[in-house]
Design a binder for this molecule. Sequence first.
Ligand code: CA
Length: 229
Amino acid sequence: MSRILIVEDEEAIAELEKDYLELNDFEVIIENSGDTGLATALAENFDLIILDLMLPGIDGFEICKRIREDKNVPILMVSAKKDDIDKIRGLGLGADDYLTKPFSPSELVARVKAHMARYNRLVGSLAKENDIVEIRGIRIDKTARRVFVDGVEKTFTTKEFDLLTFLAENPNHVYTKEEIFREIWDMDSIGDIATVTVHIKKIREKIETDTSKPQYIETIWGVGYRFKL
Ligand code: CA
């Protein structure tokens, strides 16, 4: 269930907003002052924050600014004065939308839904952009440069990661140590094909259950290595 925080000092308005949002299956938490509103917004995770501008304690401008230093959660600002909308825009506080009081509860619900859908699409599309290579029990997240073996994360050095990824992306292809060295190391880097052997050994220790019987990176005697599909 999506969680919404309402920061609003007029309790009747806050309760009305809450009722409508709950009818639409949102979970709602209310804070009636600027200080508690800011504290809750920073301490907990919400899918959207409805933020009144004029509040006792810290005002909505300051709260919005402080939340944005820390979180991307959509913020819908609410004000009784039309002039405030221009001020919010002018300050570039990072609010996602503005509503002027009085507004109808159904308009509020519609805006909330629209922002949440937009935000989820954005977050979803970012997640999808992660480039994943997956072969049997090995999962390589190229974007985050993380490797999981049977669901357990293993730590790799930069070159180990590059070498593993290169072989896994070209499975069943036999590469000589010279080819691998040229591919992974810079032309002028110090080292030789023995470096490749050392790195393969290190990688195997992290991905293989039994390094004497490798299931992933196979040694092709007299030629080189290949990643078994
Ligand atoms: Ca107020």
